[in-house]
Design a binder for this molecule. Structure first.
Ligand code: GLP
Length: 259
């Protein structure tokens, strides 16, 4: 695992974009597959990728995107559904065709429909040849995607209940807590681990505890982001505040300085 600590969140966005671009190039595929996270953490990274696309340095027209997760029960076109967020924040700016954006289906009317949709999502990822580079944020409770603490390390895409903490954290995107869905469909931790490269971005003091648990705590379902430790090509790109509780900081900085 590589841990890169940079002065500001703008530096994080720039550096993480380079790690993503490098990972897509290394995949050497005509139709690379990008794993997309929502939340505020990756927005700067998406803006940097958009800049790289606009300058002609990167061409993502052949790429396809797979979202990590989606809320259950939001009406089609709801501005906070992750499909809409990604159409707005990613597809347009990155030149990624909306037809190549895949998002878990949270519109099922009952459990059977949702379970069938989740299985279909796993099939689509396999059919696309797997995710080459997966972008990740981290929840303040250590979740990735919507894999809340207690999620099985071997989990696949499935329906999950959101924790109270996550619903409160995400209430800022809705009119109030009562409007935040109680359930989601999320890629599982095993699904995330199947990606060729993982790039986690985190900024701000509110993430410091989760980042320390994820990178230096035990590999544990109690901190779902700790599965990064299991992956052979995972990079965490952090600002100073998010890295402030790491104990092995000197080692990370020395490693980042290269040979
Ligand atoms: C959301 C998303 C996650 C995201 C996390 C952190 O609930 N499902 O994929 O990483 O919360 O969000 P933010 O980056 O806004 O802090």
């Amino acid at each position: 695992m590589e841990v890169l600590v940079l002065p500001t969140s703008a530096d994080v966005a720039r550096r993480a974009a380079e790690v993503v671009i490098d990972g897509l190039r290394a995949a050497r595929r005509d139709e690379p597959v990008l794993g997309l996270a929502t939340g505020s953490s990756p927005l700067g990274l998406y803006a940097e990728l958009a800049r790289a696309v606009a300058s002609g340095r990167v061409d993502l027209r052949g790429a396809c995107g797979f979202a990590l997760d989606e809320y259950v029960g939001l009406p089609a076109g709801h501005p906070q559904s992750y499909r809409e967020v990604l159409l707005r924040e990613v597809c347009g700016p990155l030149g990624l065709s909306p037809g190549r954006l895949h998002v878990p289906d949270g519109s099922g009317h009952d459990e059977d429909e949702l379970v069938a949709g989740a299985a279909e999502y796993e099939r689509l990822i396999r059919e696309a040849g797997g995710v080459d580079v997966q972008i990740l944020g981290i929840g303040a409770n250590g979740h990735i995607g919507f894999n809340e603490p207690g999620s099985a390390l071997s989990s696949r895409t499935r329906v999950k209940r959101l924790s109270d903490r996550t619903r409160h954290d995400n209430a800022r995107f809705f009119d109030g807590i009562d409007d935040v869905p109680t359930h989601c469909v999320t890629q599982g931790l095993r699904t995330v681990l199947d990606a060729g490269r993982l790039v986690l971005v985190a900024s701000g003091p509110g993430k410091a505890e989760a980042v320390a648990a994820a990178l230096e705590g035990p590999l544990s379902a109690s901190c779902p982001a700790s599965v990064l430790q299991w992956h052979a090509d995972a990079t965490a790109v952090l600002d100073e505040a998010a890295a402030s509780m790491l104990r092995n900081r000197d080692y990370y900085d020395a490693s980042a300085a290269g040979l």
